[in-house]
Design a protein around this ligand. Structure first.
Ligand code: NDP
Length: 306
């Protein structure tokens, strides 16, 4: 039987609708407008495309989104000063540094410059470390990992006790997803480019999360029948027949895997839109925390859960 296709866009739309109501309430009752700044260095096309989706969705929910663009050749000092200035701006509650940065910039140093209270993508070393620590309480969790867990929960997938396999071990996706699955009591195996017999490992998964950046890496015969497959990959593959010159493909061979899996996320329209929604939810959470600390909101003001 063909897999149930998880509609990430529809799930994201419902989250955005809820956030819009919250933002409207904050504005009308307390005059608080949540603010998110995207820091972009250079002209990486895929990060520009992520930023456009973020800006569209932020505008839709009423979050003030602005972009601070620096030239590719900007010095590390200039970039760090830009981040410090945004940290100090009380109108800005969340900061996202668009990745990848030009290779000569020290990514960890840049991410560490974002104040942890405004680190809405959860990539500050403090937040990453707390996520990796048993019972640690990070201020924010990376939004893609949050999106994966949200999609599993919305689809009624039982994580507790499941055998989960994550393909990819990056700080931004693979590792945080693995930690969250483990916190949900799954038994987790992490695969990477040096894993031997990848298919032999992925075939054991009840839940398979793929974040490798390799179009079509996971074939139908690498998936256990009935498994839940979450495809995080977004790959621009040249396509002359497309008006934009490329098409987006996931890390999973959709046509093959949909005949084997029980649940499957599409690309585009799966994890991507929910990631953006989670980033905005984190921004709202940051605004509420900072608003409460500044006495603009009641100290017990809570974000309604989606
Ligand atoms: P990275 O390149 O940082 O990490 C890729 C990981 O996959 C690495 O751990 C690498 O192993 C592993 N890998 C690469 N090739 C293979 C292979 N053949 N077999 C097994 N493992 C492999 O990528 P990201 O984690 O940043 O992103 C992964 C994908 O997710 C990309 O397509 C990206 O565009 C997409 N993405 C999607 C988002 C969304 O919202 N949907 C958000 C962020 C990213 P090793 O460590 O050994 O090198």
């Amino acid at each position: 039987m063909a897999a149930v296709i998880i509609d990430g866009q529809e799930i994201a739309n419902a989250i955005l609708k809820g956030l819009a109501g919250e933002v409207a309430n904050l504005k009308s009752r307390y005059g608080l407008v949540p603010g998110l700044v995207s820091v972009q260095v250079g002209e990486d096309l895929s990060s520009q495309s992520y930023a456009r989706s973020e800006a569209r969705a932020a505008t839709e929910v009423g979050i003030k989104y602005s972009t601070k663009s620096l030239a590719e050749e900007a010095s590390p000092e200039k970039l760090l000063k830009t981040i410090r200035d945004i940290n100090a701006n009380p109108q800005v509650h969340g900061i996202i540094v668009q990745l990848p940065l030009p290779y000569w910039l020290d990514r960890d140093k840049v991410l560490a410059a974002v104040t942890p209270q405004k680190d809405v993508d959860g990539l500050h070393p403090l937040n990453r470390g707390l996520l990796a620590t048993k019972d640690g309480e990070p201020l924010f969790i990376p939004s893609t990992a949050q999106a994966v867990m949200f999609l599993l929960a919305k689809s009624g997938v039982q994580v507790d006790g499941a055998r989960a396999v994550v393909v990819g071990r990056s700080n931004t996706v693979g590792l945080p997803v693995s930690h969250l699955l483990m916190r949900g009591n799954a038994t987790v195996t992490i695969c990477h480019s040096r894993t031997r017999d990848l298919g032999g490992v992925t075939r054991q998964a009840d839940i398979l999360v793929v974040a490798a950046g390799q179009p079509g890496l996971i074939r139908g015969d690498m998936v256990k029948p009935g498994a839940v497959v979450i495809d995080v990959g977004i790959n621009q593959v040249p396509d002359r027949q497309s008006k934009i010159g490329y098409r987006l493909l996931g890390d999973v061979n959709f046509a093959e895997v949909k005949e084997v899996a029980g649940f499957l996320t599409p690309v585009p329209g799966g994890v991507g839109p929910v990631t953006v929604a989670m980033l905005l939810e984190n921004t709202l959470l940051a605004a509420i925390r900072q608003g409460s600390a500044a006495g603009i909101l009641p100290s017990d003001y809570q974000l309604r859960a989606n």
